[in-house]
Design a protein around this ligand. Structure first.
Ligand code: 5GP
Ligand code: ZN
Length: 119
């Protein structure tokens, strides 16, 4: 989709600070970080929401979640076999949750204490 920001980042038309890539996923730093680690993990194929992705291609959703887990390890937020110190994986879905880019993305946030409940 040529009018989709994240599709344009996947093709390289818009530059991204890429931290992880597989054949089907791309992860890059958020332009407006909310924690010392704030990475967005996207499927290279366009799907609007995490639920739409789960319905259309559950294997690809699994690949996105696995990529997010690998980013967390890479960023020192978890180990290969553990979840210390920990991180948050978020998929804002729809306007009330503040989804602004309609190409599904997981936020991987960590490196500070993350409050609960979230805002
Ligand atoms: P949402 O609010 O849809 O869950 O998250 C969209 C995220 O995309 C926001 O955290 C926002 O900072 C990030 N974002 C918006 N435009 C750009 C951009 O051009 N480059 C990068 N790296 N992140 C962006
Ligand atoms: Zn897209």
């Amino acid at each position: 989709m040529t009018d989709c920001l994240f599709c344009r980042m996947v093709t390289g038309e818009i530059p991204a600070d890429v931290v992880h890539e597989t054949d089907r996923t791309l992860a890059f730093r958020d332009i407006n970080p909310q924690a010392s680690t704030h990475v967005l993990v996207v499927p290279k194929a366009h799907h609007p929401t995490v639920v739409a992705l789960a319905q259309a291609d559950p294997d690809l959703l699994g690949a996105v979640v696995r990529a997010a887990g690998e980013v967390a390890v890479q960023e020192g937020l978890a180990t290969e076999d553990g979840v210390e110190p920990g991180y948050r994986m978020v998929a804002n879905t729809g306007p009330a949750a503040g989804q602004t880019v309609h190409h599904v993305h997981l936020h991987v946030l960590g490196g500070r204490d993350l409050g609960w409940p979230p805002g």
